[in-house]
Design a protein around this ligand. Structure first.
Ligand SMILES: [Fe+2]
Length: 317
């Protein structure tokens, strides 16, 4: 009963042109573009759709402004998908089935959630190997400097939960996700597969106010995080926070303001968990969000820190 990750995500936005400019710079591959909709793909075939906010055939958004209006989770195979549908039915939730085999439900936030057999490709990514003293993994080879990022996949979404317990129950019991770590009563890091990346979903308690905290795209390694972030900075896109590193999940990150939703993130080198992973409970602290991070990021030209102030009130859990 296993999902493998995010197959597709749909953003509802006010300005299609600005979203297109951003995604072209972000490094996703354009598939199609029209006045009212865009389609892009990540390297593994993950689908990024952009639609005009409020269009009649879109599900209702869970918050005001530009945001995520649909997330499609990819199942390992038809048997996994069928088993999930049966679990939903047993819980009194009857998924709506599309002609293409996607089953649709709403999560407790009211977000439209699609379930289908994954259409993403398995990719052979070659992250740069680190050298340690006496441990040469990378021999006669320089580490790369990336001119821009090309996201490998849609790695995770972070959702503010209006009803935290209900959201955790929905994604663990019905979707079958595994808890990787948590802030008890406040935040739950969930991975789709028992053997998989640290989190594909992070649920954050914000009673009565559903929303999206951020959406994250996986890149190959820390060098692509840095090269991608600098390229975005050169294009004029503003850093929310980064570059930095998360102690929980170990990932290197860089977050950007954007015209699609709450911040979008490049990240790499997150923990890979198995059944032997020891989930931990943490008490919230800023140093657990970031071991280090550069407020406002690097300006992309002089490599100096830019000054930034966050007036959003959104913050990072
Ligand atoms: Fe993230």
């Amino acid at each position: 009963m296993s999902f493998t990750g995010i197959d597709a995500i749909t953003f509802g936005v006010a300005d299609i042109g600005e979203a297109q400019r951003f995604l072209d710079d972000w490094g996703t591959t354009p598939i199609s573009a029209a006045d009212d909709r865009l389609a892009y793909q990540t390297r593994d075939g993950g689908e990024v759709f952009v639609r005009k906010r409020g269009d009649a055939d879109l599900p209702a958004a869970i918050e005001a402004g530009n945001t995520v209006v649909q997330v499609v989770w990819g199942a390992e195979d038809q048997a996994s998908l069928d088993a999930t549908i049966v679990r939903f039915q047993a819980a009194g939730i009857v998924p709506r089935l599309d002609a293409d085999g996607t089953a649709w439900v709403n999560d407790p936030n009211g977000l439209s959630v699609g379930l289908r057999v994954s259409r993403r490709r398995k990719l052979a990514v070659a992250p740069t190997l680190p050298n340690g003293p006496g441990v040469p993994n990378r021999i006669d080879a320089r580490s790369p400097v990336y001119e821009r990022a090309e996201p490998v996949k849609i790695g995770h979404v972070v959702l503010f939960a209006a009803d935290f317990e209900a959201m955790c129950d929905f994604y663990t019991r019905l979707m079958g996700f595994t808890v990787s770590d948590q802030y008890p009563g406040f935040g739950m890091f969930l991975r789709c597969k028992l053997r998989g990346e640290h989190h594909n979903l992070f649920v954050v308690n914000r009673a009565g106010k559903p929303g999206v905290n951020h959406v994250a795209f996986t890149v190959s390694d820390v060098h692509e995080v840095i090269g991608g972030g600098i390229a975005m900075s050169k294009k004029g896109w503003k850093t929310e926070i980064g570059p930095g590193r998360h102690p929980i999940s170990s990932a290197y990150f860089w977050y950007f303001h954007n015209p699609l939703c709450a911040p979008l993130e490049y990240y790499a080198d997150d923990d890979f968990c198995t059944e032997a992973w020891q989930a931990q409970s943490f008490v919230r602290a800023p140093e657990l969000f970031a071991e280090w991070a550069i407020a406002g990021g690097i300006d992309g030209t002089t490599r100096r820190q830019t000054l930034a102030r966050d007036d959003s009130g959104r913050g990072h859990p």
